[in-house]
Design a protein around this ligand. Sequence first.
Ligand code: C2E
Ligand code: CA
Ligand code: CA
Length: 706
Amino acid sequence: MGETRAGARAGHLSQQQAAALWESLVANSPDIITVHDERGRVVYASPSALRFFGQAAEGRPALRDIFQVIHEDDRPRVMKEVERMRDPSVRMAGPVTFRIRVASGEWRWVESTACNLLSDKRVGAFLVTSRDVTDVVVGQDKLRQSELRYEALVEHSPLAVLVVAEGSITYANPAAARLLGFQYPEQLQGMELAGFVDSEDRARIKALLGSEDPGPHAGPVPARFVSIGGRTLDTETSVIPIPGTGLKQVLVRDVTEEMRARAALEYQAMHDSLTGLPNKALFMDRLAQAISRAQRFGGHIVVMLADIDRFKLINDTYSHSVGDRILLAVAERIKQSFRPTDTVARFGGDEFVVLCEDTEEMPNIGAFGERLLRIMSRPVIADGSMFHVEMSVGITESRGFNRTPDDLLKEADSALARAKEKGRGRYEIFDEETGRAVAHRMQVESELRQALQYGELRVFYQPVVDITTGEVHGLEALVRWQHPRRGLVGPMEFIPVAEETGLIMPLGRYVLREALAQLKQWEQLELPHRPIVMSVNLSGRQLLSGQFLEEARALLEEFSPDPALSRIELEVTESVIMADRPEVSEVMASLRELGIGIVIDDFGTGYSSFSYLKRFPVQMLKIDKSFVSGLRLGSDDEAIISAIIQLARVLGIDVVAEGVETLSQLLHLRNLGCRLVQGFYFSRPEPSGEVEKLIKRKFNVPAVKV
Ligand code: C2E
Ligand code: CA
Ligand code: CA
């Protein structure tokens, strides 16, 4: 036998050889070998033991008493084994696993076996072999702990967890039992899971349970479950295979309440709370769908915007509950008078919208408007009173160029605005021409905004000439737009839009500042005639803004024009003065105090009453060019100009004739006693550089014939 032969061979070794062999075995063994005397003290430690426990001096263990380093909790177990060894008939003890504090100070797990060789005269000691098993012990411990954790997690999870083998339930946690209407999880064991799935979703869940690898999209999938009590539950269900077992873990999350809450929120977000009608968001969505249907299948859409006339008055005069009653009645009546497939919505306030869709052309869309007006012919009863409610309606229909919901709504809105302008209680149908005009205006607005931002505006100046001397009396600042594509654009194309949109405020500020800066610069020039007057046009909106006075004051402070060299005038139209607002005369008086003159522009075109000239501190009148262009001997225009000049003379006000283009006009005006003249005859409005040349010299004026 091998063992005997090996032993026999060892028997042939010399004592020296045997000792060397032993030493080399021990030295190379990963095992920790210690030899203890009969009292347990360490008398020998192998090299790996020395590494483990540390060494005091070369080859001498630092440690005599092994018990000092055994973990307190493990000591009794080790003691028991040691006690067992006291019996001489017991030769082997262990293995016992315990913790030891090693030289580095950390705790390691060791597994030790002891051999009692006391009776062997050659040894007379205990031989202890130990192995470091820390990694094994800790690993097992971790695994066990994670198992425990998983169990606790699943048992207490609010998520329903089931384990299914070939379709039937082998494990269910308490949450799964609760979800499916059972008292104990064990009741579910052996039942078929698919039996709890709503018939519509059953096939899908079965497929997931059946497939070996449900793939990355195995869940969560929406699935409806039905509990044993018949309750329907909305869930999100995931099926996860447990590898190598053929088992499937099924996680079921009950989302019934969540879905209900979400549905309620969605409804709320899409409907008006007072009338229950769709709100703007929902309406716009339906309109977008209708448009794409119409584009795909050919069809026709009509959008109506209805607004209760003077609703605010009713609401403010009576209680809000009266207002609400009226809104409810109107909502109900509109709904009743359209098909259920049409959408009637409320946009908040007193605005209602109707969307009608048809595959056929709707030839008489006016009939829709009439229908809306007719339903309001019966009074509404609220709080015991009768209210005659009227509506204004704007209507539009789908056409080639209005492609978006916004387009259609804007068109209906502009038609509605026209219905109101024309006296309310009526409907108006949007027409393309107005539509194009509106679109154009919007484009100008957005471009003008950019023009202001990117500094595309310029100021030109046109001289006002004193025809008795040929000297330049002053200049009118006139704005231009250096358009990136269209070139130089005149103010008639954008001032009206600027006025409507309020952009006139920054625009006006820009022109005034520019003109003042220019005026200040021209103060340096040697001019034949002083002071020179700078006229700047002022829109009514600017004047009434409430900030204008402050702005003007700030600009004057910034540039501080020298009154001996230059003067500033603001040109306003008669309509501003006639607006009959007390602020106007206040602002004007304050401007006068700042040394700024007031000029009435386009004089004679607005009002027949000139009595205001006495009440306002007016410096100058500009006779409108329409009178000048019609100026002929014996004409009405001649009579009017003559009357204006005389009136002004009586009131001590200067006069400028505008739009003078010909020599004959010039001579005619001079005969009527007009001294100041502005017009293409002398110069068109020009950039400052050109104008500078003009103001340095005199214009040629025809000599007065005696
Ligand atoms: P306006 O204040 O009546 O300005 C005089 C207009 O008559 C100018 O037109 C000028 O070029 C034009 N004009 C001058 N002489 C003649 C002539 O001999 N024949 C003819 N046919 N026209 C002549 P423009 O520059 O196109 O300005 C038009 C209007 O735009 C101005 O009328 C004014 O109401 C407004 N505007 C111009 N600049 C501004 C501004 O800075 N602010 C405001 N609020 N309005 C401005
Ligand atoms: Ca003017
Ligand atoms: Ca004018």
